[in-house]
Design a protein around this ligand. Structure first.
Ligand SMILES: [Fe+2]
Length: 580
């Protein structure tokens, strides 16, 4: 269970002030004067006071700029469309970077000139007045201007006192006026309600402003903190994928190098790099390492970038070993159809078989429906990442269920983007296949064209040296070639496997039915070994098919002379052994 937390993009605790509602917003206002000098965050020489309130139509911000020098610069009119012409002035910003980025910039100078980043100054008002030792400006911004940001709005106000060359702001920006990561917030609710909204944790007591700011800071997790993974997947002889998740959106690098070579510098790979720019708008990060050496141990380290400061945060070091064509013995664990059953997944990942294996095959349906990143992290990614093993993902039909299914597919994808692929370990060529959903095409599911493409790929693959010269071949897929009279999915599986009917395939490993069975070579008979039931309903193929259940996993050991698949249940009991 993850602690309740608030993802913070700020470089310091976020300021916030509860502002009151009244029928006429200016009748009840909150006074705020904790401005600071831009860059240094020191107390300014010139005091600035704001009184903020709201009614059904507007946010009201009345600003009083005390000027100890008594000198106001307001005579330079300059160009009519340029408020940055040397006069005293205010810049007012609204916006935030999460959950969706948005920002508006308004400005008004002491000569009365105005700027609006939306291109229109007609729908907000700014009334100015000069007094002894101060100038004031009363602002009113209609709610209609802003996107709905709930019960709070990101806000900052910056002041230029030009005679003294002092620039101050309320939110606490570090490097840029447009830095919405460090804006403060105006709360249209109580501090207790705001803390509940930010952290998901109900609050059963009254809070003051300072208590709210302190408790929010305590519940904050910086956006660039590693919260998921790293997970290593789809390792081949010369490549690997490393994925990880951060608390919020941030930039990231992956550092990697051959393990054990003292003094070797890290290779530093920026992620989400496009057109010379490292992307900082994603919380899921994925690195594809290429040009690696076969049979070699590598170590890697995710490195994340702090928002605003761009400071580097070095995270945990992981390792993997690239596949090795010369390997004589190895093992892998084959799991399928977990369907969010945490007890089953926990039993498998803590098994001796996983501890000793070279890699894990997750052959589909880890979740019944992937409803976004969090479900994939909890139900699949985090438990498998904890094993520290290389994970081979083979897509199942449930990875096509729901509006956010594409996120699941992207998180587990092979770098080719295809759900059918090959890799080698020892003298075995592994062929991962996919027939997509378990029903024919709909307006969402479009597998017929992919299956046709996959069959053409298989025909080409059979002609290539990597296939022809492999001594042994194991097929990994989700749906078996079962019930070919009635099942669309079984027919689709049989059709794809039919492309290999003239090949020497050692076995096909699959899942999907939630019952353990074996189809002996050339029989087309499903032998449910645990119940003794037999069904002569499957495709007759010249190689055996083993279907894993939803309460078993396969511990597959490959040696020079044999391949042995041991089916084990969640209690660790061996339920079947097949020697291939
Ligand atoms: Fe399935």
């Amino acid at each position: 269970m993850q602690p309740v937390s608030y993802v913070s993009y700020s470089t310091h605790p976020t300021k916030a002030v509860e502002i009151p509602f009244s029928k006429d917003g200016r009748k009840r206002c909150r006074a705020v004067d904790d401005f600071q000098v831009y860059g240094t965050h020191k107390v300014p020489v010139g005091k600035t006071e704001m009184k903020i309130g709201y009614d059904e139509r507007n946010i009201y911000i009345d600003v009083c700029c005390h000027e100890p020098s008594g000198v106001f610069l307001n005579s330079n009119k300059g160009k009519s469309n340029d408020v940055w012409n040397g006069n005293d002035m205010l810049e007012i910003f609204f916006g935030s970077c999460a959950p969706e980025p948005w920002q508006f910039q308004f400005a008004v100078n002491a000569a009365g000139q105005r700027f609006d980043s939306r291109g229109s100054t007609d729908d907000w008002t700014a009334n100015m007045e000069f007094k002894e030792g101060a100038w004031s400006i009363n602002l009113a911004f209609p709610f209609d201007l802003f996107p709905n940001s709930g019960l709070s709005i990101g806000f900052n106000l910056c002041r230029y006192a030009m005679h003294r060359k002092e620039i101050t702001d309320w939110g606490g920006i570090d490097v840029s006026f447009h830095e919405f990561e460090n804006f403060g917030e105006l709360l249209f609710c109580t501090y207790e309600q705001a803390l509940f909204a930010k952290t998901g944790r109900p609050v059963n007591r009254k809070l003051t402003r300072s208590q709210y700011e302190r408790e929010l800071a305590q519940a904050s997790i910086p956006a660039n903190v590693l919260t998921h993974g790293p997970l290593c997947s789809h390792v081949t002889e010369d490549s690997a994928v490393v994925s990880f998740g951060t608390a919020g959106n941030c930039g990231a690098y992956i550092y990697y190098r051959i393990k054990g070579m003292k003094g070797t510098r890290w290779n530093k790979m920026p992620l989400a790099l496009r057109n010379g720019l490292v992307g900082q708008t994603e919380a899921f990060h994925r690195a594809v390492l290429k040009r690696l050496r076969p049979g070699t141990d590598y170590e890697y380290m995710p490195v994340t970038l702090a928002p605003v400061s761009d400071k580097l945060l070095k995270c945990v070091v992981g390792e993997f070993r690239t596949m090795d064509a010369g390997k004589k013995e190895f093992s892998f664990v084959f799991m399928s159809d977990i369907h969010s059953t945490a007890s089953l997944l926990n039993a498998i990942v803590k098994s001796d078989a996983v501890a000793k294996c070279d890699f894990i095959v997750n052959a589909g349906d880890p979740l019944s429906r992937g409803n976004g990143y969090d479900t994939v992290y909890r139900g699949l990614f985090d438990p498998l990442a904890a094993t520290g093993k290389n994970i081979v993902f083979v897509r199942g039909n449930h990875e096509q269920v729901g509006a956010y299914a594409q996120i699941t597919c992207d998180m587990i994808a092979k770098p080719t983007g295809k759900t059918y692929f090959t890799f080698r370990q020892g003298d075995v060529l592994f062929i991962a296949l996919d027939v997509g959903d378990d029903h024919s095409d709909t307006v969402i599911n479009k597998n017929a064209a992919v299956i046709a493409e996959e069959r053409r790929w298989l025909r080409r693959l059979k002609e290539q040296p990597v296939f022809r010269e492999a001594k042994r071949r194991i097929v990994l897929m989700h749906i078996p070639p079962y019930d070919i009279e009635h099942s669309y999915a079984g027919q689709a599986s049989a059709k794809v496997l039919g492309e290999l009917a003239d090949c020497d395939i050692n076995c096909v490993l699959c899942g999907h039915i939630h019952k353990y069975f074996v189809i002996e070579s050339g029989t087309g008979v499903r032998n449910f070994k645990l119940t003794g039931e037999k069904l002569a309903d499957s495709a007759k193929l010249p190689f055996p098919v083993i279907a894993n259940s939803n309460d078993t996993y396969l511990d597959v050991k490959v040696s020079d002379g044999s391949i042995t698949s041991t089916a084990i249940d969640v209690n660790g009991k061996i339920v079947d052994i097949v020697r291939l």
